[in-house]
Design a protein around this ligand. Structure first.
Ligand code: HEM
Length: 415
């Protein structure tokens, strides 16, 4: 193979990654890289991020342990029991938040969703209810996450140092929670059905799943989830605000379900009610495509790899750039237009749609992300009309709305 024959796109030397990096803008190449296992590619993150996550993080480990943890978490996230719990909690948090929305001043959708989703996440992972410990975790997690993109210098006073200290404080709380759960299990005070991810991991018999590893990972698990779901919901509200036709269809679909369930004497919906709303799911899919909440994934080749006749040399990184694939006009007609109807005919399982990654690291939280977004949108469109203030999407360093997506809401009159 000719070592100089590299992939398309840019090739640049990055200080953050410390290795030459190939940007893959090709759907098939990206899918190939994502599908490859640790014998060909391993995850690669900026140095500060790797240091914050630690060696045993599920986001970094490879091989049997990663597959085991991924399988345990993925299985739990798919369980009807957890989906029912999340639906009940999300409905209650969403209603509580929406009940307090004033009609006289704007609501920041980004902040509102961040607050709600954090509570759902912490309950699903750790089992904590809103209260002092939840507030402590939220404060420390924000201190921690601020260091994810920072200079990799761990000295007193630096951003990274402060983030690592915040992680230590969170780990201490988590160890306490784990000890308490183990104590209750050994005295037979809890049932068999796991209520959160800690329950799942401590009931596994593998000796590798130590308290240290579990508590560290609980925080790392929050990294891909904490911001992405709020951004998904916020972007959906943004796109719907400028597409009245889609908003009307979404509203009709959700109103129809709400009224049907009401006639049947059901005040609250079940998780499969939400997931059965096909246009709502298409709105979420289109938001994921257009919004590119995670712009791409970095992998490092651990041997020379040939793909589509091109060589990726050992030690080089590949950035699978989802944004360029999701916005490619050869794949999507008018790719910059929000068009949820395109998903009536399009196949989501093709290699041209990878907002949740792929292969053995495919996001285990993808169903939950959709469920949470569906619940929020349902309650928003069935309870309010709104007018959005001007705002703009910022894509770097992470996707978000510049002003938090302010909207002025008006309560709908009950029919
Ligand atoms: C819109 C929301 C979300 C998006 C766009 C998203 C996207 C992604 C992507 C692209 C990956 C692949 C990373 C890689 O290949 O290295 C990933 C991994 C992961 N996601 Fe999500 N995610 C979302 C929500 C969630 C939620 C709600 C959870 C639940 C806690 C979650 C947990 C995880 C975990 C644990 C991994 C790592 C899997 C592994 O490396 O084994 N994500 N996510």
């Amino acid at each position: 193979m000719n070592r100089r024959r590299l992939l398309y796109g840019k090739v640049f030397k990055s200080h953050l990654f410390g290795s030459p990096t190939i940007v893959s803008t090709d759907a098939e190449v990206s899918r190939f890289v994502l599908q490859s296992d640790a014998r060909a590619f391993v995850p690669s993150y900026p140095k500060s991020l790797s240091e914050l996550m630690g060696k045993s993080s599920i986001l970094l480990i490879n091989g049997a342990l990663q597959r085991r943890v991924h399988g345990l978490i993925g299985g739990f996230f798919k369980s009807p029991h957890l989906k029912s719990q999340i639906t009940a909690d999300m409905q209650s948090y969403v209603r509580r938040a929406m009940d307090s929305w004033p009609e006289t001043s704007p609501i920041l959708i980004q902040d509102e969703t961040k607050h709600i989703v954090f509570q759902i996440l912490v309950k699903g992972l750790i089992g904590l209810e809103p209260g002092d410990e939840m507030r402590f975790l939220k404060r420390e997690f924000h201190e921690f996450i601020a260091g994810l993109i920072s200079l990799p210098v761990n000295l007193p006073g630096t951003r990274l140092y402060r983030s690592l200290k915040a992680k230590k404080r969170m780990v201490m709380l988590l160890k306490k929670v784990i000890e308490e759960k183990r104590r209750k299990r050994s005295s037979g005070l809890v049932g068999e059905t796991p209520k959160d991810v800690i329950d799942v991991l401590i009931s596994d018999t593998s000796e590798e799943l130590t308290d240290e590893l579990i508590s560290d990972n609980m925080i790392d698990l929050m990294i891909p989830a904490e911001d992405s779901v709020p951004v998904l919901i916020t972007l959906a509200v943004k796109y719907l605000s400028s597409c009245p036709l889609a908003l009307r269809q979404l509203e009709e679909e959700n109103m129809e379900l709400k009224e049907r369930r009401c006639r049947q004497g059901q005040d609250s919906l079940q998780w499969n009610d939400y997931m059965s709303l096909s246009f709502t799911q298409d709105v979420i899919t289109e938001t994921l495509r257009l919004g590119n909440i995670i712009g791409g994934i970095m992998r490092k080749a651990v041997r020379d790899v040939e793909v589509k006749g091109h060589l990726i040399p050992n030690g080089w990184c590949v950035f699978t750039y989802f944004r360029s694939v999701h916005l490619d006009e050869a794949i999507y007609d008018e790719p910059h237009r929000f068009n949820p109807w395109r998903w009536k005919e399009k196949d989501m399982s093709s290699c041209s749609f990878t907002p949740f990654g792929g292969g053995q690291r495919l996001c285990p939280g993808l169903d939950l992300a959709r469920l949470e977004a569906s619940i929020f949108l349902h309650h928003l469109v069935t309870s309010f009309t709104w007018v959005a203030d001007d705002d703009q999407v910022v894509n770097f360093p992470t996707v978000r709305m510049k002003s938090g997506m302010p909207v002025r809401v008006t309560r709908k009159k009950r029919r």
